[in-house]
Design a protein around this ligand. Structure first.
Ligand SMILES: Cc1ncc(COP(=O)(O)O)c(C=O)c1O
Length: 377
């Protein structure tokens, strides 16, 4: 069921494609995650949906922010965030970036290499740092493929190096991959992280669980309380094992807060029969991979799709975008069924599209885009 705010926007007559976005849903998801994890601090991952209305809603909820660039810092500050609530989570900042962030009042950074620790010590002296671990990400629909994080054997050395360079080693973090559906994967990562932190002399470290909490796109997923129980169990085990005395939890959700807050309304450009090529109808929309649906690459994320104005019996389709690019096909393997009477000019909705859509849209590939966002009042 959609929120009243989303229903209201979808009932209005806006040119398509557009993303209807309801900050009230973001607030609800924030409340739910916060309730499940008790006194954990929530840092919203701005990249998921940097819309000012979403950031303002989260400032009002008391959230902090995970930022990756100077532009994201500026957006958070413009939304009224306290710079002390920002964490710079991108360990590939580049020369001068940490100094600029520090000049804006950011005091918390994530690192994962000796080179970056040294740069932080020079540019943001005395800053608090978490070391990011590379962890097993089994169960993630969009994993990081080892792009970030140090192996446990090296992470302890980075915490010690940070201390030796005058930084404050605050704890450890990881990201178990986005749309992570396995609570056990978090539990395993927590066990590794707390052993590393304890080994580096942190008795009660910050334990930043990163993001990854899943959205129920086409199938049910475990609720936040199931993930929280798995994490609490792993922390308790690390305490019993004598690795640490406890841990201060932080969460960096992006998808779980913003995903359910959006619906992307598109229009059908053409429904084609393709004799000899495919037995299914091909449905071409006015939105595709390059207008915000980047996460359909490899069909990693399968958004629920509906055609609100038609009642014909559902029949299978291939769903494609509007551009002349061969990769601009959303779903070939993922089963999508749309009404048999669907025709050019009809509306099609892609649900749970609040995260990783509007910010991914190109400025105008092939003359299409960027994606218009309409905020529910
Ligand atoms: C450092 C960091 N934290 C948090 C997130 C948010 O992840 P998710 O949207 O899966 O919750 C990301 C996403 O890429 C990230 O890179």
């Amino acid at each position: 069921m959609l929120s009243p705010g989303l229903e209201k926007v979808l009932a209005q007559d806006h040119p398509t494609p557009f993303l209807a976005l309801d900050p009230e849903v973001v607030r609800e998801r924030h409340r739910e995650l916060g309730a499940a994890f008790g006194d954990a601090r929530i840092l919203y991952a701005v990249k998921a949906c940097p819309e000012p209305a979403v950031l303002r809603a989260l400032v009002e909820c008391g959230a902090g922010f995970d930022v990756a660039s100077q532009q994201e810092i500026a957006l958070c500050l413009a939304a009224g965030a306290d710079p002390a609530s920002l964490q710079h989570g991108n360990p590939v900042r580049g020369p001068g970036a940490a100094a600029r962030a520090a000049a804006d009042g950011v005091r918390r950074f994530v690192t994962d290499s000796a080179e970056d620790v040294d740069a932080l010590a020079a540019e943001a002296p005395g800053a608090r740092v978490q070391v990011r671990l590379s962890v097993d990400d089994t169960g993630s629909a969009t994993p990081f493929h080892g792009k970030f994080g140090a192996l446990p054997a090296h992470a302890g050395a980075l915490l010690r190096r940070a201390r030796a360079r005058g930084l404050q080693p605050a704890g450890v973090t990881f990201h178990a991959g986005s749309q992570q559906t396995r609570p056990e994967t978090y539990a395993a990562a927590v066990a590794v992280a707390l052993e590393v932190a304890g080994g580096a002399g942190l008795a009660r470290p910050e334990l930043d669980l990163g993001g990854g909490w899943p959205v129920a796109y086409r199938s049910a997923v475990a609720g936040p309380e199931v993930f929280a129980a798995a994490v609490r169990g792993a922390v308790a085990a690390a305490v019993r094992a004598g690795h640490v005395d406890g841990a201060e939890l932080l969460l960096e959700p992006g998808r779980a807060l913003a995903g359910p807050a959006g619906v992307l309304r598109a229009t059908v450009l053409r429904v084609s029969r393709r004799p000899g090529i495919d037995h299914r109808r091909w449905v071409y929309l006015d939105v595709g991979r390059y207008q915000g649906l980047a996460e359909t690459e490899g069909e990693a994320i399968g958004y629920p799709v509906r055609a609100p104005g038609r009642t014909g019996p559902p029949a299978p389709v291939v769903l494609a975008g509007p551009t002349c690019d061969g990769d601009d096909v959303l779903y070939r393997r993922t089963p999508v069924a749309l009404p048999s009477d669907l025709a050019a000019g009809d509306a099609v909705d892609l649900l749970h599209t609040g995260a990783y859509t509007s910010s991914y849209a190109s400025v105008g590939f092939n003359g299409f885009g960027p994606l218009q966002v309409i905020i529910a009042e």
